[in-house]
Design a protein around this ligand. Structure first.
Ligand SMILES: CC(C)(COP(=O)(O)OP(=O)(O)OC[C@H]1O[C@@H](n2cnc3c(N)ncnc32)[C@H](O)[C@@H]1OP(=O)(O)O)[C@@H](O)C(=O)NCCC(=O)NCCS
Length: 200
């Protein structure tokens, strides 16, 4: 068990999103809206799922004043690379309420979500972020940019890509198998095998 990413016990709660009740889902949806209204319009009832159920998202969240004020999810996918099936986990929907920013809450949920990835059986940690946020992910979770990796949403001609979206790719080789495959993973185009329009 790694202890270097420990968050204060009790501050960060965790739950599989697929098991989250309606009130928590509503809170998560409203937080996403407050954090980035341009990307997440005000949610309407019934609240649509924040994560595709197939991704088996794990939610990490902090509650203050009876609201979810900081959030990070871990989503799980299976990819095929260099002829090998690999399981990958990535951070998704990371957000802090504007009124609570720069108090370390985003770092706490990212650290807890990252720790769950490193303690799991997945082969890879893999996701993208806007380039200005790479120092935030590096400090909060030890995530490194892999400049020679390009992610493709899928093999379709109109697929979303990390280059097209202007995103930085962050990756961790978690399992021994992934570490043995490092040469094939660290300078690569990786197909995420996602449904059209989806990305991590
Ligand atoms: C990114 C975000 C989650 C950070 O949440 P937060 O709770 O304010 O984060 P922290 O307080 O833990 O920040 C820790 C450090 O990360 C860096 N950081 C935080 N927000 C940053 C930002 N928007 N841009 C660049 N660096 C940032 C800072 O160095 C900060 O330390 P400091 O406050 O001492 O300068 C929040 O700004 C947010 O919700 N943004 C909108 C949604 C978004 O962009 N999500 C990420 C999608 S990939």
């Amino acid at each position: 068990m790694r202890t270097d990413l420990a968050a204060p016990v009790g501050l960060v709660s965790a739950l599989p999103y697929n098991r989250a009740g309606a009130a928590l889902r509503r809170e998560i949806a409203w937080l996403q809206h407050r954090a980035d209204p341009a990307v997440s319009p005000a949610p309407r009832e019934p609240i649509p799922p924040e994560h595709d159920p197939a991704f088996e998202a794990l939610s990490f969240y902090i509650i203050a004043d009876q609201r979810v004020v900081s959030y990070a999810a871990v989503v799980y996918i299976t990819i095929r690379h260099a002829g090998e099936p690999l399981t990958a986990a990535g951070l998704s929907c990371v957000a802090t309420d504007p009124a609570y920013r720069r108090h370390g809450l985003g770092s706490l949920v990212v650290a807890a979500a990252t720790r769950s990835i490193l303690d799991s059986t997945v082969d890879l940690g893999l996701f993208t972020c806007d380039p200005p946020l790479t120092p935030f992910y590096e400090r909060a979770g030890g995530w490194q940019v892999v400049p020679d990796v390009v992610l493709l949403g899928n093999q379709r001609p109109d697929a979303l890509t990390s280059v097209g979206l202007g995103k930085a790719v962050l990756m961790r080789l978690v399992s021994n198998r992934a570490q043995r495959m490092a040469p094939a993973l660290e300078h690569a185009v990786i197909d995420l095998n996602l449904p059209p329009g989806q990305f991590v």
